[in-house]
Design a protein around this ligand. Sequence first.
Ligand code: SF4
Length: 78
Amino acid sequence: MPGVFIDVELSGEAAGDPELAQKLSDACPVDIFAATDGGTEIVEKNLDECILCGLCVEAAPAGAVEVQKLYDGTSLKR
Ligand code: SF4
């Protein structure tokens, strides 16, 4: 089930990068990113656990990750 309060968007290129997948998996304290051979999978059931720490945004190239706050329409990105 997707998040009610949070959604995470990955750019297509970033989503298919196994190295970035591992970085995101290591960075997120609440396990929203799962690293697979094909890249990153978003663990939807954990989305609302996001603490808005921004570590995923910092771990990824600019423009690759956007954490959307569905409750106010703003987002974390760079
Ligand atoms: S902002 Fe922090 S808690 Fe939220 S998805 Fe990114 S790394 Fe995980």
